[in-house]
Design a protein around this ligand. Sequence first.
Ligand code: DP6
Length: 341
Amino acid sequence: GIESVTVRVPMNIALVKYWGKRDEKLILPLNDSISLTVDKLTAETTVRMIPGVGKNTVEINGKQVELNSNKRYETVFEEALRLQRKRKDHSDSNGNQSVFYHFEVISKTNFPVAAGLASSAAGFAAIALGIQRLLNLDDVQANRLARIGSGSACRSMFGGLVHWKKGEKEDGSDCVAVKTDESNWTDLYCIILVFNDGRKKVGSSEGMKRTRETSTLLKYRIESIVPKRIEQIKEAYSNRNFETLAHVIMADSNQFHAVCLDSVPPIRYLNDASWQLIEIIEKFNENETRAAYTFDAGPNACVIVQKKDAKSLIYSLLQSIEIPSEDLKSAEEELKESFEF
Ligand code: DP6
């Protein structure tokens, strides 16, 4: 009676950032956010729901996750069981009548988890989607399941441009992610630059808490800036206006890092390499805005560019980065393949 389902779910990159919670337990954000789904970076995840009492297990890229130090997984599994018990007939889609289940999750990402590239978003979204299939949940229930795993995960349940609405209600019933534009802008590329440094960064949850409690700029950002930017992104996206899209993306990334710096003690996520990249993009955009950088809670950059400008951007990047010549050769080969130059 083991039921298993395998799903492949992409990561997403926020164009207007989620930073700050109005409810830490339900993971309800203080502000709306909007993201682009990055189709090619995925977490392929198998979720098994096993009848009977047992220990839940989660394996990511061959390594067991320590569930005691990462309570979010247990929260998701408990919520899944609560939804299962709520069903009238107590049976799963296989007709199992058991009230107790445990879960086994095996996830493989096609990008390095250690790079801290919003991997938790794709992972929790995949678990939520898997459980949705197993329990025949509706989209709102699945969205909530992803969200209580990791806030940004609820934006990975759809492709294209996704708007996560903060909602007003205390129980979070109106806090959902929705796909905003039916026609995807398919020639947008996302180039990810991994500038890992050894520094232990402040985790998102801890960082958000600190900013909410100490930053005087955050309130201004949430009330006066974010709502406008969400609308600007939606409009620029539907009009395929890259220039406006890029300006809002960069401004919002910078403001997010500004409220981090405005926290006490200050939080710094960008490093020298991040700043070098900002300067490269500024130069690349000198005559025409052709690329936009954005950074999450770490030094790695995501650069958004239209297909027509991807090649010249990559060559400007390769020029400015010191790479041994043989690595450069294989990098070029790989790029040719993935970008169809
Ligand atoms: C900077 O979704 O990782 O990437 O809800 O506590 O799990 P939790 O936080 P998480 O935060 C993401 C923050 C961000 C911005 C964003 O993705 O919107």
